[in-house]
Design a protein around this ligand. Structure first.
Ligand code: T4K
Length: 400
């Protein structure tokens, strides 16, 4: 990576080049890295797949992974998918939501709002709680109309939504609550699985997720009839050889992914513990740095430490988020702007009145201020501490 500074930064921060020379990592520190299971153990599991010649369609490893996930996550039904976007899409289909509005957040990955369009549902964007950056129940309440069909909330970065308030609002208005829980694998709220909340929760097992199957996802529900519809819809709507019940889709997970997942599940708790050390190291160094807001750690939540989003207030920190993002890249630290831009800024979404920035002041600010720092177990506390020190020194250089 070049040691040359962008002119705008060079002008702002005199003397940064020596700091870069002293502190630059020799290899990129990405926002995340997947944990790979031992290759020999993976090939051992694949040998069984070869012997059985059963590659997909509810295979033996797929069934094992579903059972093991249900136990691990403490949920009644977990249905595997080929990714966390199709799982969300199928969740909305299984709930039979049609032609209407869904109250949701703009502060998320494109998948969340895109699946509404694929189901011909209109997003109604509502603003966020400034602490959790999840949708604010007060703003949800104000967004209901006679066209509202559901609430689609995201536990962003694995921070729980105000689940009790959203449940009450859903019940009051007779609409389901769907959680995009792509970031919330294994999170506990008041000693119980966060995934117990809502009519259905959608998980992502993408390569960038804490628990991964390469590509993958799951729908979790306690509703047995809903689980049955989900299983049919992800398999073309097929009920038996001669009966197709609904226009379903193919969203199944293969045996190759399930094998990977079985091995990853074994030590996912160790990965959470290692990530907890990484986030603790960030907190030790960054807590109290002017202009930085660190993610909340509510006492009644066991977080999974999937992400470490900081909010950068330019006036107090001395650099704005984009400048910090650019400066960190000079040190080989590849942070990410999850989630910028807001989905309400997309061309196909900004036509809605609820997408007006004036309706979303907290979300608009968060999208401009947020920066997710690298978090994965292998990074280790020492590297996280070093990244924290680089950020601190950048602050000192910008605000001497
Ligand atoms: N809902 C929410 C709230 C989500 O955040 C997501 C996905 C979804 C739904 C949809 O779930 P899936 O359909 O994806 O299952 C990544 C992921 O692709 C995406 O799954 C994730 N959220 C999002 C937050 O992050 P990108 O475009 O930032 O990925 P990429 O390729 O830039 O990777 C980020 C970093 O991860 C790389 O710089 C290095 C590392 N990496 C990545 C891959 C793919 C690896 O080390 N190995 C890898 O194989 O979206």
């Amino acid at each position: 990576m070049s040691m040359d500074l962008p002119p705008a930064l060079e002008a702002r921060i005199a003397g940064l080049a020596p700091l870069v020379r002293a502190r630059c990592f020799d290899a990129p520190r990405h926002v995340t890295r997947p944990v790979m299971p031992p290759l020999e153990e993976y090939t051992d599991l694949l040998r069984g797949v070869w012997d059985r010649r059963w590659l997909t369609n509810d295979g033996e490893l797929h069934q094992r992974l579903e059972r093991e996930l249900e136990i691990h996550l403490g949920v009644k039904h977990a249905s595997l998918f080929c990714n966390g976007t199709l799982s969300l899409l199928v969740a909305l289909q299984a709930l039979d939501l049609r032609m209407g509005e869904v109250i949701t957040t703009p502060f998320t990955f494109p998948a969340t709002t895109n699946v509404l369009h694929w189901n011909r549902l209109r997003p109604i964007f509502c603003d966020l709680d400034p602490v959790t950056l999840n949708i604010s129940p007060e703003r949800v309440e104000a967004a209901f109309t006679d066209q509202t069909r559901a609430i689609l909330a995201v536990h962003v970065y694995g921070q729980p939504c105000d689940v009790a308030a959203l449940r009450d609002l859903g019940a009051q208005h007779g609409v389901p609550v769907v959680y995009d829980a792509a970031h919330a694998f294994g999170v506990q709220l008041d000693g119980r699985p966060l995934l117990e909340w809502g009519d259905v929760s959608s998980l992502s097992f993408h390569a960038t997720k804490l628990f991964t199957t390469g590509e993958g996802g799951a729908l979790v529900t306690a509703d047995t009839a809903l689980d049955r519809r989900i299983r049919s819809l992800k398999n073309f709507g097929i009920a038996d050889e001669e009966t197709v019940l609904a226009p379903g889709i193919n969203a199944k997970m293969s045996e190759l992914s399930a094998a990977f997942g079985l091995l990853r599940l074994r030590d996912v708790n160790a990965e959470i513990a290692a990530r907890a050390e990484v986030t603790a190291a960030y907190r030790r160094v960054l807590d109290g740095v002017p202009g930085l807001t660190l993610p909340p750690q509510p006492k009644n939540v066991a977080l999974n430490h999937s992400y470490f989003p900081i909010l950068v207030d330019a006036a107090a920190f001395g650099l704005d988020r984009d400048e910090l993002y650019g400066a960190l890249r000079l040190f080989n630290v590849i942070a990410r702007k999850y989630f910028y831009p807001l989905t309400s800024h997309y061309e196909w979404d900004r036509c809605y009145p609820s997408a007006d920035p004036a309706n979303l002041p907290v979300a608009e600010r968060a999208a401009l201020q947020v920066l997710c720092l690298p978090v994965y177990g292998e990074l280790g506390a020492a590297d996280a501490g070093a990244i924290g020190e680089i950020i601190t020194e950048l602050h000192r250089a910008a605000r001497p």
